[in-house]
Design a protein around this ligand. Sequence first.
Ligand code: FAD
Length: 451
Amino acid sequence: MATPATRRQFLQAVGVTGGAGTLYSTMGALGLAPAAQAAPPFHAPRESDFTLTGRARKSVLILGGGIAGLATAYELGKAGYRVRILEARQRPGGRNWTVRGGTTETDLDGHTQRAAFAPGQYLNAGPARIAQHMVTLDYCRELGVPIEIFGNQNADGYYYNENVGALSGTAIRHRTAKADVYGYVSELLAKATDQGALDGYLTADDKERLLAFLRNFGAIGPRVTENPAASWRYTGSNRRGYLVDPGAGLEAGTPNLPPYALSDVIASGVGQYLSFEFGWDQAMLMFQPVGGMDRIPYALERAVGRGSITYGAQVSSITNTTAGVEVVYTGPDGSSKVATADFCVCTIPPQVLVNIPSNLTQAVKDALAYAVPVSTGKIGLQYGRRWWEREENIYAGITNTNMDLSTIWYPSYGYHGAKGVLVGYYNFGANADLYAALTPPSGRRGPSRRA
Ligand SMILES: Cc1cc2nc3c(=O)[nH]c(=O)nc-3n(C[C@H](O)[C@H](O)[C@H](O)COP(=O)(O)OP(=O)(O)OC[C@H]3O[C@@H](n4cnc5c(N)ncnc54)[C@H](O)[C@@H]3O)c2cc1C
């Protein structure tokens, strides 16, 4: 270098070639510009953040005591507002509802069901699983609600499909389905790669790296020189499970081989279930509150203060006024009452709110009408013996099926206990409508109880 560059010349050159962003980063690295500031960590409002000095505390009516209404009341209460919740039911939580022994529910057709689960047994009739990124877990931490792992996927759970070819009616373990689907997909992709079908997309190095990955991913065989058909074969492995488990001494175990035929695996449809766990909000690990999902709304109820919630209050009209808001509701005693406040936060679900008279703008009403409810159904079956653990070695997790019951859930609590509650079905849409149209059995043995 003939002449050493000055700092100014150096920065000019960086700016010309790399642009302003690069220039600024370089200046930062040289200590000539303030380093990029990380966003301050989020924290929920606290009372001191909203000190209403010299003014009366504003009042807020919150319509609906589901998790949205309760969380709103909790946060606004912390911020210094006077809050009041109007909730139509006699309990907090809304869709967040845990059914235990003695829980009674009368449906819209007038059928009353009473759960007869044993002490400690329960069914989360609404939400049941919480993903690690959800703010719900932050509330559990803040409110002291203990959590435990919810088994959303289980290698030992079963898949079971009907009318799908040779594997119809075969209970296939998740691990077996995964081994065969990944194995065959790997074999096919490896063959296509090695035989040049993807040369337009992959360099020679890419191809070798991909082949190395697929050998491991699918547990497939190696390239067989000058024999493309015999190369990269999937012939199964102990990933499928064992017919005889490995034991002591010379007992190495008998793997569950051979794999199902490629065509039968594709026809069976089990591969479709595997992508479920890739979902943003369905991937393990997932969590549940110890003792039932409704531990969260009851903790919020305590934090908000029972006196701030009116249960049995069904809102029948909402009017924005010049002074604030006026809400008419039917009180617990059946009489019509009026509540007023400076502000209102309405958490009544849109498909319900759209039918409540209000002076909301037409644009808002149109938006509310856009939301279409989707049916879903669940049943809790109590067994006197946890046969899924004792005979099938299944501890938590979900069985998928293409039958109208859709899914069966094994409980993620009470392992090795005397009894257990299975979610006997959790289905959606047309299947849920089909089941909902059935009349619950009358008499002592309601649908939420099995001996
Ligand atoms: C079967 C099922 C499974 C689910 N699984 C999960 C899951 O695993 N994980 C997850 O994160 N989410 C899950 N969800 C979604 C989750 O339950 C909801 O997103 C959440 O509970 C909605 O809370 P919310 O407060 O907005 O509504 P809601 O819980 O519906 O609360 C609305 C409240 O308004 C009240 N109300 C209605 N009309 C009136 C009226 N006229 N006057 C006064 N009060 C009224 C209702 O009684 C209710 O308490 C599931 C939902 C269902 C149904």
